[in-house]
Design a protein around this ligand. Structure first.
Ligand code: NAP
Length: 254
């Protein structure tokens, strides 16, 4: 069996209706996992699930808003009933509000922090409670960002939320290692998706690309190896780790 096989595994991917999340769902399914795609736009997630099924995989879409505890509770209940108890959780749902800190509205701060940080916490806690109760091992992969490590103008709440997610990764790894629950984070650099593609079409966006040592944006496939490493037993002795996948962006010359 290949080192990255996820045969007999069940995975949840939040924010799986577009971008990185849709890609992660496809990659986990190709590796053999049954995948639950969570998003508010259930129709889009259903289309991706149908695509995965057509390729010989197994996927089901569920409507859920990560900022709403009850909707997560319902989704988790439905997943366990229809597929089984999940083994892997990818906390990928994310939002961004682009404004300089002086002009930022308090509601934009709330929306970003509620989605990127509290949303990840709410689902992780509910699932981990099931894992501990059933003495079931588990894997959590938090999708952070290099903006959780470095900073850039105009992204303050986003950077704060991702730094918080990285600290949450470490704190949960510490508390839950005794239960066989591993918690790690992926910190991608810049990948063109709905979240940022308008920016990368501008001269300012192109200037950012020139500062990446590899002189290109990431391609979604660049995340496959790191994702499968963290999802599979190949990373059995890793917890509390943060893997950057950024073409060297964080080590760019000052
Ligand atoms: N693209 C990059 O360069 C990059 C770099 C580093 C990290 N990331 C991270 O990667 C993740 C995915 O981003 P992306 O670039 O793929 O952006 P995207 O295409 O805009 O996807 C964001 C996803 O999050 C979901 N989402 C947002 N709010 C939600 C909520 N309240 N409840 C449930 N789902 C919600 C959206 O689904 P619905 O609208 O259907 O709910 C959507 O599927 C984010 O956490 C982002 O911070 C991206």
């Amino acid at each position: 069996m290949p080192a990255f096989s996820l045969a007999n595994q069940i995975a949840i991917v939040t924010g799986a209706s577009s971008g990185l999340g849709a890609h992660f769902a496809r990659v986990l399914a190709e590796a053999g996992a049954k995948v639950a795609l969570l998003a508010r736009r259930k129709r889009l997630a259903e289309e991706i699930a149908a695509e995965i099924d057509a390729q010989g995989g197994h996927a089901i879409a569920f409507a859920a808003d990560v900022t709403d505890r009850d909707s997560l509770h319902q989704a988790l209940h439905d997943i366990e009933e229809q597929i089984g108890i999940p083994d892997i959780l990818v906390n990928n749902a994310g939002a961004h509000a682009g404004d300089m800190a002086l002009d930022l509205k308090p509601e934009d701060w709330d929306a970003v922090l509620e989605t990127n940080l509290k949303g990840a916490w709410l689902l992780t806690q509910q699932l981990a409670q099931h894992w501990v109760e059933k003495q079931h091992p588990g894997v959590v992969i938090n999708i952070a960002s290099i903006l959780g490590i470095g900073v850039s103008p105009g992204v303050m709440p986003y950077a704060v939320s991702k730094a918080g997610l990285i600290q949450m990764t470490k704190a949960l790894a510490l508390e839950w290692a005794r239960y066989g629950i591993r918690v790690n984070a992926l910190a991608p650099g810049y990948f063109p998706t709905d979240l940022n593609k308008d920016f990368f079409a501008t001269p300012a966006g192109q200037a950012v690309v020139k500062r990446i040592p590899m002189r290109r944006l990431g391609a979604l496939e660049d995340l496959d190896g790191p994702l499968l490493l963290l999802a599979s037993p190949a990373s059995a002795y890793m917890t509390g780790s943060v893997i950057t996948v950024d073409g060297g962006h964080l080590v760019a010359t000052l």
